[in-house]
Design a protein around this ligand. Structure first.
Ligand code: ADP
Ligand code: MG
Length: 211
């Protein structure tokens, strides 16, 4: 499948796949947070996406926005802490930018990414370069906007590439936000755990739409 657009049921299936892959990635995400923080990121994400999965399974979505905002609310309610708020906001603000559309196309994905970046930045104050998940999210937005995508599959591939580049770039950065801030230069060499999560999320979405 290389889909021009995704309908609400496709988007629901795509996010159920994201939930499964994040749940399976618990150990990798926990290790990344042991290197830079307190080691709880994998368990938090696993808890959040287990809750999101339960909500999504019972949803009969009429709009694509609904699927993303349901995910965001479940993450916020179940994860707690700074990362629960920012991860939840990513999906809620991104979803809110989609209005009442009953399909997700390339322009819709760009609107989602811009809404998500704005929501997370307004909430947490992190900018690109601060070594947070914002580096992966802004990378996804910039790449999807730069490439003139015709289909949502192409746009998701671009978002995946941009998120991965943004996550890779965090390895060379010194943390200035959150728990990793106290490590200073010792934070160099490790990827930011939240950026790793965001890169996994967009890789899984792209794999779903390009399978
Ligand atoms: P905690 O820091 O409470 O232990 P987690 O370990 O689950 O939470 O998540 C840490 C991740 O949260 C970081 O890797 C970073 O990407 C993200 N994060 C923390 N603070 C912010 C912020 N203000 N803006 C954006 N992302 C943030
Ligand atoms: Mg942590």
């Amino acid at each position: 499948m290389s889909a021009p657009t995704l309908d609400p049921t496709d988007v629901k299936q795509m996010l159920l796949k994201v939930a499964d892959v994040i749940i399976e990635s618990e150990e990798m995400l926990s290790q990344a947070d042991r290197d830079l923080g307190d080691g709880d990121h994998g368990l938090g994400m696993q808890r959040g996406f287990t809750a999101a999965k339960a909500q999504l399974e019972g949803l009969d979505p009429k709009t694509v926005a609904e699927v993303f905002t349901t995910t965001g609310m479940a993450l916020m309610a179940s994860m707690g802490g700074a990362s629960g708020a920012v991860m939840g906001m990513l999906f809620q603000s991104g979803g809110a930018a989609l209005g009442a559309n009953d399909s997700l196309d390339a322009d819709g994905l760009c609107a989602f990414l811009q809404g998500a970046c704005d929501g997370v930045t307004n909430l947490g104050g992190a900018k690109p370069g601060d070594k947070t998940m914002v580096d992966a999210l802004a990378g996804a937005r910039d790449k999807a906007e730069d490439i003139d995508c015709e289909t949502v599959s192409e746009a998701l591939q671009a978002a995946c590439d941009g998120a991965t580049e943004g996550m890779e770039a965090t390895k060379a950065m010194i943390a200035t936000m959150g728990r990793a801030k106290t490590l200073g230069e010792k934070s160099i060499g490790h990827p930011d755990p939240g950026a790793l999560s965001v890169s996994i999320i967009f890789k899984t979405m792209s794999d779903y739409a390009n399978q």
